[in-house]
Design a binder for this molecule. Structure first.
Ligand code: ADP
Length: 499
């Protein structure tokens, strides 16, 4: 529209009206009784009413919550005396949605300087209010957490000054909050930060976790603590958030436990040494009992009557049994005392199987048990302590035959798995109850001690297997089902041969 010909007052009006219409801020012009004279486009959009719907109505139509009659009187007073006024209030749009509105009230005058009404500006501040509420809520949560966590917590500034401490810090150190806040953190730091060398600031670390250190207490004690620190940002400034746990009691308990462990280890070593010595002392007379009864049994010094011969055989068998028992105890004690050594060599596994078969086969035949061996490929070599490996396999096979009834079967399987030797001994015997599986590897433990009367045995065989396997850094385990049979397995890493 070409307005060059119009009166300047008319031009001014058009310009002002256009400015009001194009303003992004919502504007409403009111008479001094809060009746609506004019609303701009932004106000129409904000409240959802049109200018025609609002013109001549009271501002009450916009349902501004805080705009009570008293508040209106107050606004009138302030504006009439030359001031301005602003409120944040809940308001309602035409379609009923509520929102947070910031309202500013100013005066406006006619050309002659007479007060002719109020100009109000409005802004939707719902998002800001929500953000403020969330921030307030998280600050409250942080504060609650900060005060109630069972750890001491400190906030330290970049100037090494303590900004805040929680209640627990005071409880642990004996200082009051007032004595700590505002002080250099070397009041608590065992190293002292007088040199101001905290790694967080100096080395630019983000924080560290689980530092085993101490904290200085008011009475001069250095209390053991476990400390975590984290660099945080508060109101645009960097701080260290430090939290620590009092581990004084734990440290004391650890020391007591360590002492108890050392005492127990010493006692165990003493026991093993005692057993080793005892067994040694017992073997000497036992060997002469066995030797002399063997000579008598062979009749070298003349014939004996039947009863004498029977008793001498009893002495000989009991002597051999006792010697076996003592040898096993001696072996276990030696391993436990750390005195048993491995003599590893490379050998053909077949040699070992031949030796074992000679002993196991007759035992299996006596019970009509099928004894099978699944060997490694021909001429396979392994590196281990041959004598101990033979003892391990013998003990497992002896048990397998012992606990398998007539007509059953026993299978020995050798495999190389990931270059480790695996030996499995399976039987179709009585099996082992689930709850006994862990105890049978302990010395003198049997599933049911009364069965030793039926099957014989002392409960030392598997204990020795476990010790010998352990010496090879291997493992032993058993899979079994009661009444159906058991499979004992050992896995031995390849050893380095002794040169
Ligand atoms: P021992 O055979 O001399 O009693 P071991 O230490 O060799 O001692 O075995 C401990 C116990 O584990 C045995 O008494 C037996 O109860 C159980 N056991 C071992 N091997 C087998 C097996 N193959 N089948 C069933 N039970 C077994």
């Amino acid at each position: 529209m070409d307005i060059t010909e119009r009166e300047s007052s008319e031009i001014e009006l058009i310009v002002l009206k256009n400015m009001a219409q194009q303003s992004r801020d919502s504007m409403i012009y009111l008479n001094s009784e809060f009746g609506i004279l004019y609303v701009n486009k932004a106000a129409e959009d904000l409240f959802g009413w049109t200018l025609d719907e609002l013109r001549g109505k009271s501002i009450d139509i916009l349902k501004v919550d805080s705009l009570s009659e008293q508040v209106k009187d107050k606004i009138k007073d302030i504006l009439n005396n030359g001031g301005s006024y602003s409120i944040d209030s809940l308001s309602e749009k035409k379609e009923g949605n509520t929102f947070f509105c910031e309202l500013g009230f100013y005066r406006f005058y006619d050309d002659n300087g007479n007060l002719c009404g109020f100009l109000t500006s409005q802004r939707d501040i719902t998002q800001r209010k929500l953000a403020e509420a969330t921030l307030k809520e998280s600050e409250e949560k942080f504060q609650a957490l900060y005060e109630n966590i069972p750890s001491g917590t400190l906030i330290i500034g970049q100037d090494y000054i303590i900004e805040d401490v929680n209640h627990k810090t005071c409880e642990i150190t004996g200082f009051s909050k007032e004595e700590l806040v505002g002080q250099l953190c070397d009041i608590l730091c065992p190293k002292g930060s007088g040199s101001k060398k905290c790694p967080i600031w100096v080395e630019g670390l983000n924080g560290f976790q689980g530092m085993d250190t101490t904290i200085k207490c008011k009475d001069g004690r250095k209390n053991p603590i476990l400390k975590n620190t984290k660099r945080i940002s508060l109101h645009g400034k960097q701080y260290i958030l430090e939290s620590f746990q009092d581990i004084n009691e734990r440290k004391q308990a650890e020391e007591v436990m360590l002492h108890a462990k050392l005492v127990a280890e010493e006692a165990s070593r003493a026991k093993s040494e005692f057993l080793a010595n005892m067994s040694h002392e017992l073997r000497t007379p036992l060997n002469s009992i066995i030797g002399f009864s063997q000579i008598l049994n062979e009749g070298t010094f003349g014939d004996m009557n039947d009863k004498q011969a029977k008793y001498v055989r009893n002495i000989l068998n009991s002597g051999k049994h006792l010697l076996h028992l003592i040898n096993t105890i001696l072996d276990i004690s030696k391993v436990e005392a750390g005195k048993m050594e491995l003599y590893c060599e490379r050998f053909y596994i077949q040699e070992l199987l031949d030796d074992l078969s000679i002993v196991i086969h007759p035992m299996a035949v006596r019970k009509n048990i099928r004894f099978e061996i699944n060997e490694l490929t021909n001429n396979a070599q392994v590196c281990a302590d041959k004598t101990k490996l033979k003892q391990i396999m013998y003990n497992l096979l002896d048990n397998a035959v012992k606990f398998t009834s007539f007509e059953g079967s026993v299978t020995l399987t050798l495999e190389l798995i990931d270059s480790e030797l695996q030996v499995s001994v399976s039987d179709t015997g009585i099996g082992i109850p689930r709850d006994a599986i862990d105890i049978i590897f302990k010395p003198f433990k049997q599933v049911d001690p009364s069965t030793s009367k039926i099957y014989g045995g002392t409960g030392l065989g598997l204990a020795l297997v476990k010790e010998f396997v352990g010496l090879h850094k291997g493992r032993v385990w058993v899979e079994s089902e009661e009444g159906k049979g058991s499979t004992f397995k050992i896995r031995l890493p390849q050893q380095e041969p002794l040169n």
